[in-house]
Design a protein around this ligand. Structure first.
Ligand SMILES: [Zn+2]
Length: 393
């Protein structure tokens, strides 16, 4: 298997499909990558872009990981691979128009001009219709790669013109193996991280590598276990916002530094070497994309905390129903066991719903504290919730 695909843990079917397509002289010009968050949709699109641009002589080896094209696609600096992510809730129609005009150009150095649109589900119907025209009448050397959680998240008109690539949630074990074999992390820690992240590769890697990230996750999942009174619910909502802000900041710093180091390597520069003027636009481009991502990262980290809380209550429910399932928070089995004992399964289901509602409100730009307070109120002990609302104060 060529190195480009190594990052895609547990996605054998997709890797087979894409590596075959990469050997063709004329691959399909529009692709739709779908899969749940963390399954690696945009990583799969990038790996495919790398294989398509790879300069190695033998097509079967495309995605070699060593040639100039491979290195620059991987570092995000290849002139003919544009990754588009929006910092807004939806793509603006002008953003899409600009892409389409870029798509008319011939590739500058690569074989193809490739556009990867992350979160294609965030396109408005108008923006989608503009893109649709470009996909229907494709310039000869342009390839579009769209990413979305599921096929149903993009309009059927677009979907029907794209070749689908379905990614699945990798098994906990395959994520743990990736971290242990490829990153050289301790197998037990890798397994814990794979489980706790619910098979989200990026998050698992971060948890396994960074003790601070592990501590912040623990703070989030312990939160419902600590709530005893209405005043706690308010204070803990605030704490949750603070913990996630801190995590977003730290996570962005680590990732930005790694990307910068990998870019400098691709440009053939040492870590502390001064960037010569003619290469500065590469660094500028990376910094711009990092700035856009930083703006979104608090929102994304908060969303991640919601997923952690859902996992926690699913664990509680599994214990209450005695399903015997392996827990996401296996390391908290005893603590969760006694918590599960003190509440009804109905209430656990109501709490899972409350987390889902908070998540929806956050996505809809409700102020975080407001959305979270309503959620933490539902974590109050049954003895308080069972009283009539008037007695709460
Ligand atoms: Zn290559």
């Amino acid at each position: 298997m060529a190195p480009a695909w190594a990052e895609l843990a547990g996605q054998e079917a997709a890797v087979g499909q894409l590596s075959r397509a990469a050997t063709m002289d004329a691959p399909t010009h529009a692709w739709l990558f779908t899969g749940p968050p963390g399954s690696g949709r945009s990583n799969a699109a990038r790996a495919f872009a790398q294989a398509l641009q790879c300069e190695v002589a033998d097509p079967a080896q495309r995605g070699c990981g060593h040639c100039h094209a491979c290195l620059t696609v991987h570092a995000g600096t290849h002139a003919d691979v544009k990754v588009v992510a929006t910092e807004n809730v939806t793509y603006k129609i002008d953003e899409i128009r600009e892409l389409i005009s870029l798509a008319q150009d011939r590739p500058s150095s690569g074989r193809w001009r490739i556009f990867i649109i992350e979160d294609a589900d965030r396109m408005t119907e108008r923006a989608t219709n503009v893109l649709l025209k470009a996909i229907e009448e494709p310039p000869a050397r342009t390839i579009w790669m769209l990413c979305a959680p599921s096929p149903a998240d993009v309009l059927v008109t677009i979907r029907s013109r794209c070749r689908p690539v379905g990614l699945r949630i990798p098994s906990v074990q395959s994520v743990a193996d990736l971290l242990a074999d490829r990153d050289g992390l301790d197998p037990a820690l890798a397994l814990f991280a794979a489980r706790a992240s619910q098979s989200h590769v990026g998050m698992a890697r971060r948890l396994a590598r960074d003790e601070g990230a592990r501590q912040r996750r623990e703070a989030v999942v312990h939160l419902p276990l600590r709530i005893q009174a209405t005043s706690d619910a308010v204070a803990l909502a605030k704490e949750l916002v603070e913990v996630t802000q801190e995590e977003a900041k730290s996570s962005a710093e680590v990732r930005n530094a790694e990307e910068r180091a990998s870019l400098l390597r691709a440009l053939g520069l040492g870590e502390d070497e001064k960037v010569p003027p003619k290469l500065r636009h590469h660094v500028k481009r990376l910094e711009d994309s990092q700035t856009a991502r930083n703006k979104r990262s608090v929102h994304d980290t908060l969303d991640r905390a919601m997923i952690d809380l859902t996992g926690l209550f699913r664990d509680v429910l599994a214990l209450q129903l005695g399903t015997g399932a392996e827990l996401v928070n296996e390391h908290l089995r005893d603590e969760l066991g006694s918590y599960a004992h003190g509440v009804t399964a109905e209430r656990t289901v109501a709490r899972i719903d409350a987390v889902a509602t908070a998540r929806r409100r956050l996505a809809g730009n409700v102020p975080p504290l407001l959305a979270l307070e309503a959620m933490t109120m539902s974590f109050l002990p049954d003895r308080i919730l069972d009283r009539r609302p008037g007695e709460l104060v």
